[in-house]
Every structure is written in C-alpha cells, then in structure tokens.
Design a protein around this ligand. Structure first.
Ligand code: BG6
Length: 490
C-alpha cells in the first residue's frame, strides 16, 4: 500500500489541522516534518491550515520560526524551498491551556465555526490532559462530527487506566472518529507484511503449525532512554514497546486473512489474535518471560552509564523484555512465538524470523538446516528466504548441503525517500481511513494480556537482570528460548 496521489477530500468545509502540544518534541520532530512532506508531494488541499496550540505565549511569527528550524533540522535538502514557504504560510498559533475555558473560545476564533470546517485534532500531549482538552472541544462544539481526533500512546499504564483515557475521549468523539496511532503501522515495511501475506498465494499454505516450527520477533535498539527517563521509568519496555508495537506486529503476522482492507475487517482479525493469546500470569511468568535492565558498557556512543546510574537511584524498571507466547487457535497450536525488545543492545534491528520445520526424513550425510524466512523491517528493508542447496564440487561421501539466502532487498527503491511513518498515518487520518489505526477493543485486549504478565512479575518478585550495554541482552533472555532447545537468531 503506497501513498497514492489522492488529495484529501475536503467537500465544502475548510480543512483545519489543530495540533495540541504544538511546540512539543513529537510535533517538532515528527508531525510538522510529516505534514510538510505531504504538502510538498501534493497531498494537502490548497487551503489546508495548521494551528499549533500550546501554553507558551508565542506570536505566530515566533512559532513559525520554531517550526521552520525543526523542518530544516529534520529534512535538510529533502525539503524544497517553495514547499517550505508554502507550509509556513499555512501555520497559525493559539495559546492554549487545557484547564482554561477561554482557550476553547480562542481556538474556535482561529478555526472558524464547526459547521464550516473539516477539523482534525492531534493531541500530542500527555494523556493526563486529554480529558480537559476533550471537554473544552466539546463545550465549543469543535468536537462535533465530522471532526476527528488523533491520539498517541501511552494510552494508559494498564487496562484500567487505558479505559479512563478512552472514556474521556469518548465523551467528545465517538469511536468512528478516534484515530489511535501506533507509528509502527505507518512504516512501509510493516504494511508490506500485509502485502507479503495476502498478495502472495504461495505463503498461505505455509503459514501455520504444520510447516512452521516457531517465530521470533525482535525489536532491538542501541539507544538508551536518554531524556525520556522520567516517562520511561514508569513504563518500562513491556508497556513502552511490547503492549503496542510488538503486539501489533504479531497480529499482522498471525491474523487470519481479512475479507477486505476495510478498517473493521482488518481490526477484527487483529483483535482475534490478541484475544487468543494464552494468558501469562504468576503461575508461568518465570518460565515464559525474561526481564533485563542495561548496566554500564560500551556501544556506538562510547562508554555509557547503566540505567540506574542515569536515573541516580535504584529502579525496578525493565529496559529489556522477552517472552514466549502461544496463540491458542487452530492455525498456531503448538507454535511458540518469541518476542524480545530492549534498549542499549548490540545492534539496531527490527525483524521477524519464521523458522520452518526440518525435513521429516534425512537422506543426506549431514541433516540440512531448516528453511528460514527473515523479514527485516529496520534498518534494512529486506526479505530473505534461506533455501538449502548442494555445495558445489566433488565429494567422496555423498552430497553436501548449504543454506543460501534468496533475498529481496526493498532498498532498490532507495531513490524514493524513506517516509516518516507519520506521513502515511496523518494522510489516512485526514482522509478518514482508520485501517491503520488501533481500535479501542484492541488496546484493551493488549492491556489485559500485558497486565497479567506485570501482575505475575509483582507476585513472584521477578526483578530485571542487569545486562551489559552493547550485549544482546540478559542471560535469562537466552535461557527462555533455550528451554525449548532453540536459540535466538543473531
Ligand atoms: C517509541 C518508544 O514508541 O518507539 C521508544 O516509546 C522507541 O522507546 C521507539 O525508541 C522506537 O521506534 P522506531 O520507529 O525508532 O523503531
């Protein structure tokens, strides 16, 4: 699914994009750069307006200057001067405090009357103020249909707290107008997973427990938590990465073929996967999960401090988590799914490994390795299938074999700029297409599963094991996979 050259339909209403948290990190690093590139590529209507909102008292000019700085930093020469100027001219700024009713009046004065506009609001703030923001939008009428709202993780720290956030949003926007972003779903290669599975008939007969031995999903990062420590310490790897990005990858990989790409057709199938996850709780959490926290070490940033030294106090937060999951349905019965993610590891990579079963009967002097499909999402976009073939040359003792990759590099489109994941998602939200956004019941099913694990950790007193920065994680992460006689693909 590539971005098609279709402009956002606006009808007779004037398109307005309101960004609350408009001077924040997400807005400056991701959202304005994504919008300007959509603009440069002709996806935004000529009268599209962007209104940044934040508490800081700024003039329109000072705000535009700040956005210009962020665009230059992020995009450099990829952004053409004409598009840059055109986009900056679209900007407006409103001083907005979620707890001050006058903010709503000011915002409405800038957007125009609800019945005249096609409004999309992006709440790029902490979810703790979604409630007052929604109340303000509701009170001014700005949340009335067809207005849409885009919200970002963290959508809670647990099932209960996610319900509070979703309820607050639901007061102003019905579910069909709520766009929950998981930026992994905006990545080209993640969408390619849908294409790989459902546009190639050859895979479907192989995509099950008769042929697949196990699946590994790894999201490894070399960076630490950096500036985000105060947020991260409250969340840890399981809430920050696994509850959302990794479970979404799992769903796209494991779901049944949807009947169409309609939002609910696809999301119904993802939901079934989440609901089929076999519970992990205090009875099995020690066997099926591993937690780690980075210690000091050396990586591409040089010598680095450990997590607790960065924090300046002891912490029970994991920066690495691994687990063995089981999807309790017919297709995946008996196939373990190993998921792991961590910071300050030895490499940056996001990949899905499909390990096929060995041949049932051996006729060669040494048994051939099993086939393996490697779907690399980051940093290289590549799909590679290990096929076994004869080692060339003469031998006295029968035929010798070797595994060779049949590789499809998606980098050949390298002249095409790699888009920021938010570009696809913002364009879809502007068009009202929810296929790549997460539905409330999906978020809740994912939390329900993750809550069980966290409760299990608490009940069993399972602490994170320290691992050396620049390594591939704690020993318990390896042991998890070794228990079933397997190993991680490194
Ligand atoms: C974010 C997490 O959602 O995803 C970060 O909060 C993480 O901790 C980031 O670093 C990873 O995203 P990407 O696109 O760099 O793989």
């Amino acid at each position: 699914m590539s971005v098609s050259q279709v402009s956002v339909s606006q009808g007779t209403r004037k398109p307005v994009f309101v960004l609350i948290g408009g001077t924040g990190d997400l807005a400056l690093r991701m959202l304005y750069p994504s919008l300007v590139m959509l603009d440069q590529d002709g996806f935004l209507p000529h009268d599209f307006r962007v209104i940044g909102c934040a508490r800081e008292k700024l003039t329109r000019e000072a705000f535009a200057e700040r956005v210009a700085g962020a665009l230059d930093l992020r995009l450099g020469s990829a952004l053409h001067a004409a598009a840059r100027e055109r986009f900056l001219a679209r900007l407006d700024y409103v001083v907005f405090d979620a707890n001050d009713a006058a903010s709503g009046t000011r915002l409405k004065a800038a957007t125009g009357e609800p019945q005249d506009i096609d409004l999309v609001v992006f709440m790029a703030t902490t979810p703790s103020i979604y409630k007052p923001i929604c109340e303000t939008l509701n009170a001014t009428g700005l949340s009335s249909a067809p207005a849409r709202v885009i919200i970002e993780k963290p959508l809670g720290r647990s099932l209960e707290s996610s319900k509070v956030i979703n309820d607050a949003v639901a007061v102003a926007f019905d579910e069909s107008r709520v766009f929950r972003i998981d930026h992994y779903l905006g990545k080209e290669t993640v969408q390619n997973l849908i294409a790989l599975r459902f546009a190639n008939a050859i895979f479907e007969p192989l995509w099950n427990n008769t042929v697949i031995d196990h699946v590994q999903i790894t999201v490894a990062e070399t960076i630490g938590v950096g500036e985000r420590l105060s947020y991260y310490d409250d969340y840890g790897a399981i809430r920050d990465m696994l509850q959302n990005h990794m479970l979404q990858l799992l769903c796209l990989f494991a779901m049944e073929p949807p009947s169409s790409l309609d939002p609910d057709a696809l999301r119904d199938e993802k939901l079934k996967v989440l609901r089929s996850l076999k519970a992990i709780n205090k009875t099995n959490v020690q066997e099926l999960t591993a937690r780690g926290q980075y210690g000091a070490g050396k990586n591409n940033e040089g010598e680095t401090k450990g997590y607790e030294a960065e924090k300046g106090s002891p912490s029970n937060t994991e920066t690495f988590v691994a687990m063995q999951l089981e999807i309790a349905n017919w297709r995946w019965h008996g196939v373990p799914f190993y998921l792991r993610t961590g910071k300050r590891l030895d490499r940056r990579c996001t990949e899905i490994i499909v390990q096929f079963k060995k041949t049932p009967h051996q006729i060669f002097p040494s048994p051939p390795p099993a086939n393996r499909l490697v779907i690399s999402l980051q940093p290289d976009e590549e799909i590679s299938l290990r096929l076994i073939n004869k080692t060339p040359g003469l031998t006295q003792d029968g035929m010798h074999l070797r595994g060779l990759p049949l590789s499809l590099s998606l980098q050949e489109d390298a002249h095409v700029r790699r888009r920021i994941a938010y570009e696809r998602l913002l364009l879809d939200a502007l068009k009202g297409n929810r296929t790549l956004f997460v539905r409330r019941d999906e978020v809740e099913a994912a939390w329900k599963f993750v809550d069980g694990i966290i409760e299990g950790w608490q009940a069993t007193g399972m602490k994170p094991e320290t691992y050396v920065t620049g390594s591939h994680g704690p020993k318990s992460g390896d042991d998890l996979v070794k228990r079933s006689g397997r190993c991680w693909h490194e």
